[in-house]
Write a protein that binds this ligand. Sequence first.
Ligand code: ADP
Length: 404
Amino acid sequence: MIVLVVNAGSSTLKCQLIQTDGKVRLMKALTDKIGDKNANMSVAFAPDFEETIYDIEGLTIEQALSKLLDILAKDPNSPISSLSEIEAIGNRIVAGGEYFRESTLIDKDTFPKLKLCEKLAPLHNPPADRCIEMLQKLLVDTPQCAVFDTAFHQSIPPKAYMYPLPKRYYDDYHIRRYGAHGTSHRYAAQQAANLLERPIDDLGLITCHLGSGGSITAVNHGKSIDTTMGFTPLEGLMMGTRSGSIDPAIVTYIMRRDNISFDEMDRILNKDSGILGISGLSSDMRVVLKAADEGNKDAKLAVEMYVYKVQQAIGQFYAIMTRTDAVVMTAGIGENSSELRELIFAGLAHMGMILDKDKNNVVGAIGTNRIVSIDDSPIKICVVTTDEEMRIARETDALVESTF
Ligand code: ADP
């Protein structure tokens, strides 16, 4: 099935065209800085994925998507010659609230519920919904699915998803833990079960999605029972530019002292903090690791803090699982950085998570799912490659196949 994956953000639009049968990527497009005068769109087709850059100054997200579809239909290098060859559309939706426990087909019953979720992710859901509406008009007969970052976490019990605030904030504003990266955690857990050659229902897994955003999930018998991200993706681990969990009183303290607005505070917590905020260098872990190795003190502190927060979260979830069979590392840092894996697990051997340094360091293993703990480690350590767009395409394929 040829699936168009649409991942709309506040000022970005990432799209891929995927042939799900052979898991083949046919097109990748990245639109950045939508609404800005430097807005541009890069489009790349298989097999070479050579990028062509288009100026999209002044275009809205719907217009940018429409332009991409026009390129898809007309470019001689495009793998399709007509938009009717797109058999389904998979939309990544950041917040599914309490309405969606699973990916869903978008129709007249589900779309109004999607609209109700907009309040929960005001930067991400509305542009995604606008793309859906545009595509409904343009590709009238093409089924569309919504794949949620939050759905996998709907199994989290109330004691873990409620915040100890006056209960009316949950009743009136639906403030609770929703989590994120659900597609990735679900996939990582299943891949780990495959590696361990055991049914996922028999396993206790701690999945660590460590990318520029990061979250850790306790997956007990195949179900998410707790996760570090909360009402928004700001909670939990220290991330590339996000603070993660801090004493909430710091927020009002800084706002009063510096007399800054809500928007400025929001920016500080989401864009200026984390690895970037502490290192003062970059949000890119590779840059900060290199600087730390060269002796930069702030970079070293950033790495130490990052490692510490990951260790804490793994320990916290170990305590609440009924069993722990494996810790699963995925996403940019989790998959690629043997150095960080070594630092993280150096502190966790006493819990029975014992890294095999040789297996952890095998050159050329990147991109391969594998076990990197010693053979008789009581708790295994797995490394799994995540691919969000491919997951969305395959979920869309499965949903459409089972419905039509
Ligand atoms: P996202 O999809 O959220 O943008 P990714 O999963 O691509 O994030 O992860 C990006 C992060 O992974 C960046 O901090 C990047 O520096 C880090 N990363 C990628 N490769 C490596 C590596 N070899 N060593 C350390 N960090 C890496």
